[in-house]
Design a binder for this molecule. Structure first.
Ligand code: DGI
Ligand code: FE
Ligand code: FE
Length: 216
């Protein structure tokens, strides 16, 4: 009996240590590296996105560590010039759309995902997708993708967007609805400014609108 209990204790202990071994991301190292490639304001935003994403992950049952990593890295290419973004795409054969060539800053998400893999050694495809799709979203996003997309928009440092208070409350109650509200407001803002609308932004809106009307 005693031996069985002991065995069970050993099994639990080794599960516990496996859990720690599986933490393969060095968050503080990544944070330091990103602080070197971003100005102060962007770095503040980065940390806020990471912590907001972690809270949303806790609320919705996603992996908190993945949310932190994706948050820290989501804008790792944000401070690169349009020329640099385009040249990285060309050099590494990353396909660009007509809209991205017209507005290269949109490429910071795609290039960010590329750098997350090659420079910051992230292998997890869900984290890489969350970085890649954080600006336009995409139809049928994973839970982590939606979390990063929403966290980027609602982190506490954001002040300009309309309905922020409502979106922040909704994000914890109904993440899909928050995604839809953000896309609605983003498209309305983009229609009112003199810029191209990425096809994916529109497709993502259409997808979440239809899903909302048939209530996931
Ligand atoms: O990088 P951040 O500033 O933190 O946030 P982001 O990656 O969501 O980029 C924000 C900008 O991206 C915001 O001003 C809206 C814009 N955006 C999203 N979809 C489109 C777009 N801009 C254009 N021109 N076209 C889009 O389809
Ligand atoms: Fe961004
Ligand atoms: Fe951002």
């Amino acid at each position: 009996m005693k031996e069985t209990a002991n065995l069970r204790y050993t099994a639990l202990k080794s599960k516990e240590s496996n859990k720690h071994e599986s933490k393969k991301y060095d968050l503080s190292k990544l944070r330091k590296e990103i602080s070197k490639v971003q100005d102060n304001k962007r770095f503040e935003h980065t940390l806020s996105v990471a912590y907001t994403a972690a809270n949303l992950a806790a609320c919705h049952g996603a992996d908190i560590e993945h949310a932190l990593i994706a948050g820290i890295l989501h804008d790792c290419a944000k401070c690169l010039s349009d020329e640099k973004l385009l040249s990285i795409c060309e050099e590494h054969h990353l396909q660009t759309s007509r809209e991205e060539r017209q507005k290269p800053s949109l490429l910071h998400a795609k290039v960010g995902s590329y750098l997350a893999e090659k420079k910051y050694h992230v292998e997890n495809p869900d984290i890489l997708n969350a970085i890649r799709n954080h600006t336009t979203g995409r139809p049928d996003m994973s839970l982590l993708e939606k979390i990063v997309f929403v966290a980027d928009y609602m982190e506490p440092g954001r002040r300009q967007a309309p309905r922020l208070e409502q979106i922040r409350r909704t994000a914890f109650a109904d993440l899909n609805q928050a995604v839809l509200m953000i896309l609605e407001d983003t498209l309305e803002y983009l229609r009112g400014s003199d810029t191209v609308i990425d096809q994916t932004t529109q497709e993502t809106y259409d997808y979440y609108k239809t899903a909302y009307l048939s209530r996931w």
